[in-house]
Design a binder for this molecule. Structure first.
Ligand SMILES: Cc1cc2nc3c(=O)[nH]c(=O)nc-3n(C[C@H](O)[C@H](O)[C@H](O)COP(=O)(O)OP(=O)(O)OC[C@H]3O[C@@H](n4cnc5c(N)ncnc54)[C@H](O)[C@@H]3O)c2cc1C
Ligand code: FES
Length: 276
């Protein structure tokens, strides 16, 4: 069961023409994009995202902006970082954006994470590009002296995202991969049960995999700690207007559930089923 997190003040989104400060390939299909966007860098809350309008590439226009998590905020420089995987035409065109060019971005958007008031430690579990949804939470936890352990799951070692960010922010990273079997639910369950034996974290966050969400739900009920999940959905506007990102209610497809772009992307998970 998914619950919208309680309402709270959110920064006003703005449309910013953002200069591409740097744009580098991290793995064959994964890119790190640094954008100069001072309003968004200064105001974005952990777990929020931006909509990026993608420029025409190879004569093909990309009609809708693409949602991307804010992976890091560099407030002194006024920059944000986005890490993305080339998935289809939009991200393919984005991968051609040149340093020094300008991309139109709207943000910060969505309802981000809440750090439980009593938490002195957090467990974050991410798979692939889903890891990008929670690195801003690692930033906030570091500022609040909250110990963070981040599971960084990927198919292969070269696709693991976030190792250097965790090192920079003083978070413990547990990289796991399909290629060595360490990312299987059973192996990870053993690793985390051992890691947190006798001292469970004050909260769990998960993103990027249904299997890992189910593992996180089991751990959260075993340890009796709150769980938040960051979801993805196809988005046309990102602003709560088009209702294209509504989560269907389980068992009642005529009833519109919460909007991922406005009520989420971060939701509290209650009970043992990840459905609205
Ligand atoms: C809040 C939010 C944050 C996101 N953050 C990131 C990020 O930090 N880095 C990143 O790489 N991606 C992120 N995404 C996903 C990203 O927006 C999509 O991969 C991108 O829009 C794909 O566009 P495209 O034109 O390249 O591919 P499309 O042609 O649009 O899609 C290619 C394939 O991917 C599938 N797909 C596309 N978008 C989604 C989606 N949102 N969920 C599930 N399947 C999808 C399509 O069904 C299709 O099979 C995020 C999505 C959301 C909603
Ligand atoms: S994407 Fe338009 S309402 Fe969510």
């Amino acid at each position: 069961m998914l619950d919208a997190l309680p309402a709270r003040h959110r920064p006003e989104p703005a449309c910013e023409p953002a200069i591409v400060v740097s744009h580098a390939r991290l793995a064959p299909t994964i890119f790190r994009l640094v954008l100069h966007a001072p309003h968004i860098a200064a105001s974005a809350q952990a777990g929020q995202f931006v909509m990026i309008s993608v420029p025409e590439a190879a004569g093909r226009a990309v009609q809708l902006p693409r949602p991307m998590a804010i992976h890091r905020r560099h407030r002194d420089a006024g920059d944000i970082e986005v890490i993305y995987n080339v998935q289809g035409p939009g991200t393919d065109a984005l991968s051609r954006a040149q340093e020094g060019s300008t991309l139109l971005i709207v943000g910060p958007l969505g309802r981000g994470f809440d750090i439980p008031g009593t938490a002195t430690s957090l467990l974050l579990i991410g798979r692939g590009i889903g890891i990008c949804s929670f690195m801003t939470l690692v930033e906030d936890a570091a500022d609040a002296a909250i110990a963070t352990t981040a599971v960084l799951s990927a198919r292969t070692a070269d696709r693991v995202i976030g190792r250097s960010d965790c090192a920079q922010l003083g978070a413990k990273a547990i990289p796991v991969t399909d290629s060595d079997g360490s990312s299987s639910v059973e192996a990870l369950d053993r690793t985390l049960t051992e890691e947190f034996a006798g001292r469970p974290p004050g909260g769990i966050v998960v993103c990027g995999s249904q299997r890992l969400t189910e593992l996180a739900m089991n751990l959260s009920s075993q340890w009796q700690v709150p769980l938040q999940v960051s979801l993805e959905a196809h988005m046309a506007c990102g602003l709560g207007y088009c209702h294209g990102c509504a989560i269907p209610y389980a068992g009642d497809s005529f009833r519109e559930g919460p909007l991922v772009c406005h009520d989420g992307p971060v939701f509290a998970v209650r009970g043992n089923r990840a459905a609205a």
